[in-house]
Ligand binder design. Sequence first.
Ligand code: HEM
Length: 410
Amino acid sequence: MAEPLVSLLDPEFEEDPVGALARLREISPLVRIGFPGGPPVWLITRDKEIKEVMSDPRFVAGISKVPGHQGPSIQEQLLSSLDLPDEMVDYSKSNLQVQDGADHARLRRLVTPAFSGRRIKALRPRIEETSARLIDALAQKGSGDLLRDYSTPLTAAVICELVGIDEADQPQIRAWMDEYTNADADFAKSVRGLFAYLKNLIERRRVEPRDDMISTLVQMMDEGGDRLSEAEIISTVAVLVNAGYHSTAHFIPNAVLTLLDNPDQLALLRARPQALPHAIEELMRIATPLPTTGPRYATEDLEIAGVTVCKGDALTGSLLSANNDPRLFPEPGRCDVDRVLKPGVSHLAFGTGPHRCFGASLANLEGEIALDHLMLQRDTLEIAVSHDKLRYRELIPGGARMFSAFPVRF
Ligand code: HEM
């Protein structure tokens, strides 16, 4: 087995992940890296090979599908350490992020109608209203934390409303979600709380259906056939809420910072606000908070770009590396809101293949509205501390860009 070439905890990585990845990308499309607390993993550094691996059914997201695999997966180890009741362990195993092939396609198909272009477009007025209300409150205070006072309440409200969680329950949902990403919080307690809440909500929607996603899923479940089980509904809604909340909430301050650091690009957008939907692509490429895909596992020995990968090996795609590859994005460090890409080229901030982000259109819409309200309709937003005082949370090693706080003033 190849030895790790580099650890994601190396100071070189922590100080300048984009630069460190550029060097690795030139060495090989696949490099062996040390991951804290686990066996070495292949980091895929180039766009072409990331797309190949993520779309090849010989790589799976659920390790139990690797022939001969024994012992619990990382996820199962985590679950058993939480001491959850059996039914809650079942919920977690139904998670679409660790399903593959037909099982995965079936889960996605059942949830897809809630994310249709029409449904997402219809959310615009509500997102605008919530955004405007939050900004007005923040502006009235004069200063605050963009994450706490604006982007997390905004993205929580949007995803909760989309799936059908009542407004009155949203502060509790946010509290559980925040605990998920807080190393000092009681993770088991928040998982139990969220699962029990969703189980109860399903019951309520069964008795009194509404025009929301949970009611539709419950109705499908009760009609029988190839429908979602209760465990699948709970697990899928939990994944949607979690994924829909954090990434977009952290993208917004990252994009604000990118625009403040590039005043010429901000001026272009203020002069031509209609260019914002196009600019979101460039901002997503540069300011996405997520550095990598989740892990995939090789189900057999095989070769990728001349590198031998053994059965059971874990691989992860470096989205941060692919998004900064000068072969695809000339001068990748430059923010160019008018950037026109060659045909067939796109950023990988939302991943690729069957597990590509479910909420990409929603994230783009939320990002567009947030930047319009914060940066184009107003021109007084400033970061209230010097840039070197902004700190990223150390949740995912390897270049995750999630600020712990983002103090601003108007
Ligand atoms: C800026 C915001 C966002 C970013 C950068 C982002 C990024 C990603 C990426 C990279 C993946 C693929 C992971 C992999 O291949 O292992 C993913 C999957 C996913 N995302 Fe997002 N996401 C964002 C917002 C959202 C929103 C708003 C939702 C709302 C529902 C969402 C729901 C999901 C779900 C459910 C998956 C799992 C899909 C599957 O496994 O089939 N994401 N996201």
